[in-house]
Design a protein around this ligand. Structure first.
Ligand SMILES: [Zn+2]
Length: 244
């Protein structure tokens, strides 16, 4: 999980169109999200998906793996927070596995907010306010930065002392074997390459090999900053752990 900066000056047109506004008003009147296509298609329009996929670089907001076809994820479940079904700050990218694990899990410390007419004018900007009111335990990567509080081990496991991150890790099952293995492989490959060059250096004492190690370490660091790459939080933690 990494922090994502969403651009609120460019809310996808489909979310602010008259048709969407009409659907939103109907849902609010019925006090329940409607599952028929005319309602569920509104948050999946091409411009919404394109904006989200560009912002998240086709990576899941929670596990950070690249996904060919992603689900538009409602941070606050639309089945509970029906009025947020088309809210730009409530839409994220999730892989089918994280999305399936999260489903409607949304634990709160404080009382759940209810729809309030006064909030309608800020319908795309309610996440921060609601987070403060509800003290939800699910982590919103666009509002807070998780990186300093995330801990990764070389074996690919993820953990945190932060209550919200812990809940998110557990709910999305971010320690599932597939993800552990993929994260572990990144650092294993790097350490193996570094080790091979170092052993070569020990037997040959060729100075150039030391520069090769330096370049390899530099490359790992560079890759940890490349937004296109998967598992950036893990890579960045490894950069720190190995003082790269
Ligand atoms: Zn995921």
């Amino acid at each position: 999980m990494i922090h994502i900066n969403k651009d609120f000056s460019k809310i996808p047109a489909s979310l602010t169109s008259e048709t969407t506004n009409e659907r939103r008003r109907e849902i609010i009147k019925l006090k329940k999200f409607q599952t028929q296509g005319i309602y569920s298609s509104r948050y999946k329009k091409e411009d919404v998906k394109t904006a989200l996929s560009n912002l998240y670089r086709n990576k899941c907001a929670f596990c950070e793996q690249k996904i060919e076809r992603f689900d538009v994820e409602h941070f606050r479940p639309k089945s509970i927070y029906y009025w947020l079904a088309y809210s730009w700050d409530n839409l994220l990218v999730a892989c089918p596995v994280c999305n399936g694990n999260k489903t409607n899990h949304f634990k709160l410390i404080k009382k759940r907010v209810e729809f309030d007419d006064a909030d309608y004018k800020n319908i795309h900007h309610l996440a921060e306010k609601y987070n403060q009111l509800e003290e939800n335990l699910f982590f919103h990567p666009e509002i807070e930065n998780p990186e300093d509080d995330l801990d990764f081990k070389e074996d690919g496991t993820i953990s945190s002392d932060n209550q919200k991150l812990c809940y998110t890790i557990e709910t999305c099952k971010l320690n599932r074997p597939y993800l552990i293995e993929r994260r572990k492989r990144i650092i294993d490959n790097f350490l193996q390459q570094q080790n091979e060059i170092y052993l070569q250096y020990l037997s040959t004492k060729e100075e150039a090999l030391l520069y090769e190690i330096k370049a390899l370490r530099k490359l790992f660091k560079k890759e940890a900053l490349d937004k296109e790459n998967e598992f950036l939080a893990f890579r960045r933690k490894m950069v720190k752990n190995f003082s790269l």
